[in-house]
Design a protein around this ligand. Sequence first.
Ligand code: PLP
Length: 369
Amino acid sequence: MEEQWAGLDPETIAVLAGRPHGSGAPVNQPPVFSSIFHPGDGYDYAREGNPSWESFEETIGALEGGHALAFSAGMAAVASVLGTLPPDSLVVAPEVAYVGSRLYLQRLSDEGRIRVRFVDVADTEATVAALDDAALLWLESPTNPMMTIADIATLCSQAHSRGIPVVVDNTFATPLLQRPLDLGADVVVHSASKYISGHSDVVMGVTVTRDAGWRNRLHARRTSGGGIPGPMETFLALRGLRTLPLRIERAQQNAEELARRLEDHPQVERVLYPGLDSSPGHELARKQMRGPGAMLSFLVKGGGSEAEAVCERARVIGHLTSLGGVETTMERRARYEGEEGIPKNLLRLSVGIENVEDLWHDLSQALRS
Ligand SMILES: *Cc1c(COP(=O)(O)O)cnc(C)c1O
């Protein structure tokens, strides 16, 4: 699978991979709405496999450089990876990260199924020191919503020298900007609900790995656990994925511009964006990412209510959760349960592909004191 795409840029692979071929074949894999298949062609019951998933999986697999499995949600992918761990395993995980993953780890720990040690994964030394006795290192980079950067290559080699596998949640960067398997990760997980599908119309997840053991364990968990995607969802996700290179390019340009302007704004205390020289993860991000991406956070002068008021005053930018869609969304993460450690005046911005002057005009009118 790798060889077929050798020498081609991911921007090309995103467009060309996973297409049916042969005389009379459709250019796009249509969704197959059938729960059962006539025997003989490798399909049987659709919980075990559905041709609808495969084009999507082939494309993501080619982009990340591994074997992909599609799941019903990002959290089904996360849960499947964690579900492969033996009881009482110790997981080292980011203290600040996607709240759903953190709360799920905490729940498993509260239930006595696994143990969790939360660390600042941007602090390489502290993370390595925490690896003692661990069964798995869970990374996210950039982290949600503090936009810190973990040194993926160093942490993978340190973990591997202790026999510990590493999982990287690559949702914020996408395979266009970061390829964790090349940096040494054993498994990549994504919420395909975000940039990969890109239009806020799908909930789906995916895992990617080069390791046959992981691949088989995850496949078995998906089949027996039932966290499978629907045929229509995989169709939509792949349709969205085709334009990921264009969307990321434009959204990232917009984000870089907004980050610079926000940094100079009198009502803004601080901007967290790996594309800014002022960001602590800037150099590392340049090294391990192809670009800083389109997610940024900023701290509004004042407190939580001042930040909330900025969201309320925005007209073009949606005061909405989630991220990675063509539309720009903004929210105050600290208002959520489980996000108590996040600064109260922090707003997370998922920058979309709109005209940047319209976005800036909206932000600056919303930021007025
Ligand atoms: C949204 C998200 C998830 C969870 O994915 P769902 O598709 O919502 O289940 C996991 N990790 C990150 C970084 C996310 O943003």
